[in-house]
Design a protein around this ligand. Structure first.
Ligand SMILES: Cc1cc2nc3c(=O)[nH]c(=O)nc-3n(C[C@H](O)[C@H](O)[C@H](O)COP(=O)(O)OP(=O)(O)OC[C@H]3O[C@@H](n4cnc5c(N)ncnc54)[C@H](O)[C@@H]3O)c2cc1C
Length: 436
């Protein structure tokens, strides 16, 4: 029997340890996270990260030769479901974006020298990084449209252009940027990835953009904290040729390596957030009464609970199936499933948190609960790492690849099929009439 919904008992023990650790050590940090300076945060996180490393769970998404566990996507998905409950948990487990994706890109594209310089310190948590693809003046959902140029001049690349929404760029030691190196090449062979180190003349962090999560990013800036999204100008920024990752024209290929598995972990973290919002919803549903009975006994509130329960279960199973497909058939075959879960999990997350807010009334809208904060973050998930619509395009393209053109009447045309049915069973029908 190939279908199996159970978790390997040995791995379940690990998950139980993670769940206990996350609730006991990380949950309390969640509630003071925003108040801390970077230095205070690092002091609290250091022993927690050391414990995760002792348990062999640090950067578990990486292959064993990079210090990870090579545990496969299904187990990683289950791990990320637990981590997703609290926003800070992934960084304590060495999985935080954008560093995790950048490490995956460097792992496949960087030379031994480049790995020494940027990958190993990144994996150790000694360096912080940023990823800059999106540009303010082109629709960056289509990366073939990007305009930031890198022109070769002797042993340097000279970069000119404009990026924004580069998460953590203002605190990062390096920015991994996607730049056009071959404007005349076919669209998917025009770009490359290049590392620009902090302080390189010609790279200006213009500002951190205010967002729904942090309308005023100056608080994060004062504390030296990550979580910002920078606008960056490159003006004749001269970067050593040795900083180019892979070859000119390989940018798209490498960008793809940041995705795939990463999207499964993203989706499972969203399911983890859903569980948390749902538990809040259920606690309130049985704890607060109106018109003589608990909220949860009113049918319209039951609708919120039931819709959420089914949504979460559906998104969870779909995500685990994508992980299973990736483990058994590879990323190419899992492409449709991955697009489905990135879009669907983000939608479910948004809806579940919205319903939890509704069921809590004014308290749900207040900062007395984390729901309003979770809601603001959830909104970003429908845009970041590919807007919903872009994933829907991928899904329908993949689905329609399997559809066949039919000339004339559709395959399910009733009159045609009735005639065929009568013809197929004509003999039996006639016998029956004869027996009567
Ligand atoms: C919190 C957050 C963090 C981010 N971090 C990073 C980062 O670290 N590095 C980085 O480079 N970028 C980052 N981004 C940017 C993100 O990747 C882009 O916003 C996203 O790819 C969409 O690009 P765009 O904003 O240019 O939207 P556009 O491409 O202008 O698209 C606008 C809207 O048009 C619609 N649309 C787009 N394409 C299609 C289509 N083919 N069919 C139908 N509708 C379509 C969608 O609704 C989309 O939301 C981040 C964004 C957020 C919100």
């Amino acid at each position: 029997m190939a279908w199996d919904f159970s978790t390997d008992p040995e791995f379940q023990k690990k998950l139980d340890w993670v769940r206990d650790f996350v609730e006991r050590e990380i949950r309390p940090l969640e509630f003071i996270y925003d108040d801390l300076t970077q230095e205070q945060l690092e002091r609290i996180e250091a022993p927690l990260k050391a414990e995760v490393k002792r348990q062999g769970l640090w950067a578990a998404h990486l292959d064993p030769e990079l210090g990870g566990q090579g545990m496969g996507q299904l187990k990683l998905a289950l791990l990320h479901e637990v981590l997703g409950r609290y926003g800070v948990a992934p960084e304590i487990f060495g999985n935080q974006a954008p560093d995790s994706g950048n490490a995956e890109l460097l792992a496949v594209g960087a030379t031994a020298e480049q790995k020494e310089r940027w990958l190993w310190p990144l994996l150790d948590g000694r360096l912080r990084s940023s990823f800059a693809l999106t540009e303010p003046f082109v629709a960056s959902s289509d990366p073939t449209a990007i305009r930031t140029m890198a022109v070769r001049d002797g042993d340097k690349w000279v970069i000119n252009g404009h990026k924004w929404f580069a998460s953590n760029a203002d605190v990062a030691d390096s920015v991994l940027a996607m730049v056009v190196t071959d404007p005349e090449a076919p669209p998917h062979a025009r770009a490359a990835m290049i590392v620009i180190e902090r302080g390189t003349p010609g790279m200006e962090i213009v500002r951190n953009v205010g967002t729904m999560a942090h309308p005023d990013p100056s608080d994060l800036e004062r504390k030296g904290r990550a979580g910002t999204h920078a606008e960056i100008r490159f003006r004749d920024c001269r970067v050593p040729a040795a900083n180019l990752i892979g070859k000119p024209g390989e940018g798209f290929l490498l960008a793809q390596r940041r995705l795939g598995g990463g999207r499964i972990h993203h989706a499972m973290r969203m399911i983890g957030q859903c569980h948390r919002a749902f538990e809040m919803m259920c606690e309130r549903a049985v704890s607060r009464e109106t018109r003589g009975k608990a909220l949860g006994q009113h049918q319209m509130m039951q609708d919120l609970v039931a819709e959420s329960a089914v949504d979460i279960e559906t998104a969870r199973l779909l995500t685990l199936k994508a992980a299973w497909t990736m483990d058994h058939a590879g990323g190419k075959i899992a492409r449709k499933d991955i697009a489905m879960i990135k879009y669907y999990a983000a939608k479910v997350l948004f809806n579940v948190i919205d319903r939890a807010i509704q069921l809590h009334g004014a308290m749900g809208y207040s900062t007395d609960l984390q729901l309003e904060w979770m809601y603001r973050l959830a909104r970003a998930m429908r845009i970041a790492d590919g807007a919903d619509e872009v994933h829907k395009v991928t899904i329908s393209k993949e689905v329609l690849k399997g559809a066949k053109v039919k000339q004339g009447w559709p395959t399910e045309h009733v009159p045609t099929n009735r005639a065929a049915g009568f013809e197929k069973f004509a003999e039996l029908l006639e016998q029956r009439v004869g027996n009567l």
